[in-house]
Design a protein around this ligand. Structure first.
Ligand code: AMP
Length: 174
């Protein structure tokens, strides 16, 4: 297995969910056990010496690898979910989409100040989702926060939204 094969495993769906969007379907990668294993191992290798104590997965595709990463890194797993899905007390953050707004939430007792946090999502596009997730994590006054994506769409320049204090690393780029 290699990163070229991983890139080829991502199915491209033109004009989904609406005209002009080229959807990168990670399910076509994750359904292949060799690819799924390799992707998880590569990301874990990168972060293995960072002392990560909590991996955050962003609903919903961020849950798939996020859980595996947490387990392999001996860290706890924390979900960030869409509004109204988490059952206990939450912090809330809204963010702008192409049309309208969306809201994500995290449990107030999910993290503590000394945690070393890795936020994972499947894909970085414009960066709106991850920016909102970072705002949620800021409520906990945590000093060490890392961000990881399986896929980064370089042409959308999502990472330009962030200052270099938050290191972002993606396994593959399109
Ligand atoms: P953004 O907030 O623009 O960075 O969008 C990131 C979120 O939307 C991620 O959770 C992705 O799952 C999803 N997403 C955005 N664009 C795409 C795309 N072209 N293909 C697949 N997923 C996408």
């Amino acid at each position: 297995m290699n990163l070229d094969k991983v890139k080829k495993s991502v199915r491209n769906i033109p004009d989904y969910p609406k005209p002009g969007i080229h959807f990168k379907d990670v399910s076509s990668s994750y359904q292949n056990s060799e690819v799924f294993n390799f992707v998880a191992s590569q990301i874990c290798d990168y972060y293995k010496d960072f002392g990560i104590t909590k991996v955050i997965g962003i609903e919903s595709r961020g849950f798939i690898l996020g859980g595996v990463l947490a387990n392999k890194l001996n860290a706890g797993f924390i979900p960030i979910r869409k509004a109204g899905k988490l059952p206990s007390d939450v912090y809330t953050q809204s963010y702008e989409l192409e049309y309208g707004f969306d809201t994500i939430e995290i449990h107030k007792d999910a993290l503590s100040k000394n945690d070393i946090v890795l936020i994972h999502d499947d894909l970085l596009a414009t960066g709106g989702t991850i920016a909102a997730a970072i705002e949620l994590v800021k409520r906990f006054n945590i000093s060490l926060v890392y961000v990881n994506f399986f896929i980064e769409l370089d042409f959308l320049e999502g990472r330009k939204r962030f200052n270099s204090k938050i290191p972002i690393w993606s396994l593959i780029h399109f």
